[in-house]
Design a protein around this ligand. Structure first.
Ligand code: ADP
Length: 492
């Protein structure tokens, strides 16, 4: 028997242990499906304060992690992804990780993030050695892990880790890990790496750039976004760098973790349902209206669950809400983030308490209840690398209303009045007019085309957006990357 391919995921988030957005969903799900497909995938994650430390087994060694200015010492714990045998290794370092927040706190980003995530990457390699787990592929996620491919090529020279192929997945081009040049010292890398062909970008240290240039393969989370990040509109200044990688850049869609997001088993819901028997969905809608203090009426209910950042286009939504809330509709919003966007949503909900409720917090259970109880789900994102919520909406028979960009364009099939086909509503460009028209179209369809809407819900629920398909695509990519790195194929 050939041995399985060994893959070490390095990430700053992994659900359910630490999550601020879609990145955590991916690293919390993909390894489970990879293991089912015969890949020995494991995850390395910081041991944040929010993780249940006591539930993770302490490993019997101390890690010596080279950092700029000397070594740091850490420990490691081992847990499992729930419902799976996928190991999750937690790097323990009290100074770096035992604090509130993943990336920052109320005062802003932590000032030592370069050191914190250098420790993650270099600590992951120290851990590999201690475990005797030599990866064939180091799979780094986002800027926090983007130095891993750089270290594999440089500081790991002469070690077994140096033979690993590296894959960098960009979950969001808007976050690149840009720092003052001085922060390079924390990484332990020399100044010879600080130039425009490596880690320097317009006078600053740019960790994502280093990862893009060093990784054997670069991926992002949808085919459309893979094309978009090569344009000046969506490349956030790195489009030329991505273009320079040519055919090494691939888009692979994220999937739905059926163990977490499945309306037929979801424990957060008042009732469960399937595409064949949707009666439970109405029970969920009534329960959600009750929970939100909205009249339990037969009107279209729009849901919104999102981080409140400029990316998500909520300003465009709030600009049309006064007009929309004059219609016979309801809206329930759940989100946290930018205080000015939070204030805007809260003010609208205060103004129309009979039509709208706003929850300004992170609440996983409520996110599930909104996905199930709503008729439509609104995502007017300026850009969206993949988007998880529209996938969950589809699976819950809640028709997404999306700006046709990135992964939203790849996954939502726009409704066609003539044929009744589609799984949701999509519009372009992102303007108040286009959004309001589309919200109006959905409202009209709810009242005037109930049969088509019912058929769309069933169709949406059976769309093939599971992780198994994406896991198979990653496996192909890994084999290709290993062959490129070693000059010969993976031979077990
Ligand atoms: P992003 O990664 O840009 O935040 P995605 O749509 O890819 O966007 O993933 C968002 C994930 O975070 C989803 O699982 C969504 O349910 C969750 N989420 C975002 N905001 C909240 C919130 N306020 N409460 C609960 N879950 C949230």
């Amino acid at each position: 028997m050939p041995r399985p391919l060994r893959v070490l995921h390095i990430a700053s988030e992994c659900a359910p242990f630490a999550k601020s957005g879609g990145l955590g969903d991916v690293t919390g799900a993909l390894p489970k499906y990879q293991r089912e497909a015969g890949v020995d995938a494991r995850v390395v994650l910081p041991l944040y304060r929010g993780v249940d430390w006591a539930a993770q087994a302490r490993l019997p060694f101390t890690l010596t992690v080279p950092m700029g200015g000397g070594a740091a010492f850490g420990a490691a714990r081992e847990g499992r992804l729930p419902g799976s045998d996928a190991p999750v290794y937690f790097l323990e370092h009290h100074h770096y990780y035992d604090r509130d927040g993943i990336y920052g706190d109320a005062r802003g980003d932590f000032g030592d993030n370069v050191a914190r995530f250098t420790f993650l990457c270099r600590g992951a390699f120290a851990l590999s050695r201690a475990l005797g787990f030599v990866p064939d592929v180091v799979h780094a996620h986002d800027w926090q892990a983007a130095l891993a491919p750089v270290f594999v090529d440089t500081t790991e020279w002469g070690t077994e880790i140096h033979g690993a192929a590296t894959v960098l997945t960009i979950h969001n081009m808007g976050y690149q890990g840009q720092f003052h040049a001085d922060a390079l010292r924390s990484t332990g890398l020399g100044w010879e790496h600080y130039h425009a062909g490596e880690l320097e970008h317009y006078g600053a240290l740019n960790l994502l750039k280093g990862g893009i240039l060093h990784a054997t393969r670069v991926t992002t989370v949808s085919p459309t976004y893979a094309r978009e990040i090569q344009t000046s509109e969506h490349g956030a200044g790195l489009d030329g760098v991505v273009r320079s990688r040519g055919r090494d850049v691939v888009g692979i869609l994220n999937g739905i973790d059926a163990a977490v997001w499945d309306p037929s088993t979801d424990r957060h819901l008042a009732a469960r349902y399937t595409a064949d028997d949707m009666s439970g969905k109405l029970i969920c809608k009534r329960a959600l209206q009750r929970e939100a203090g909205l009249p339990e009426r037969d009107v279209p209910l729009f849901g919104l669950v999102t981080r409140l950042t400029d990316q998500k286009g909520i300003d465009v939504l709030t600009s049309v809400l006064p007009a929309m809330l004059d219609w016979e509709v309801q809206l329930i919003a759940l989100g946290s983030g930018d205080p000015s966007i939070e204030r805007g949503l809260a003010a609208l909900a205060r103004h129309r308490p009979d039509k709208m409720a706003a929850y300004l917090r992170f609440d996983d259970g409520l996110a599930h209840r909104i996905e199930a109880g709503s008729d439509f789900f609104v995502m007017p994102s300026r850009y969206e690398p993949c988007g998880m919520n529209q996938l969950y909406s589809l699976r819950y028979g809640t028709l997404p209303i999306v700006h046709a960009t990135g992964g939203l364009a790849d996954t939502v099939w726009p409704y066609d009045d003539r044929t009744g086909e589609g799984t949701g509503f999509a519009f372009r460009p992102l303007s108040p007019r286009a959004l309001l028209d589309t919200l109006g179209h959905a409202t009209w369809a709810y009242y005037e085309r109930p049969d088509a809407v019912r058929a769309m819900r069933r169709r949406a629920m059976s769309q093939p957006f599971g992780w198994d398909r994406s896991a198979a695509q990653y496996r192909e990519l890994y084999l290709d990357a290993v062959a490129a790195r070693r000059g010969r194929g993976f031979d077990g």
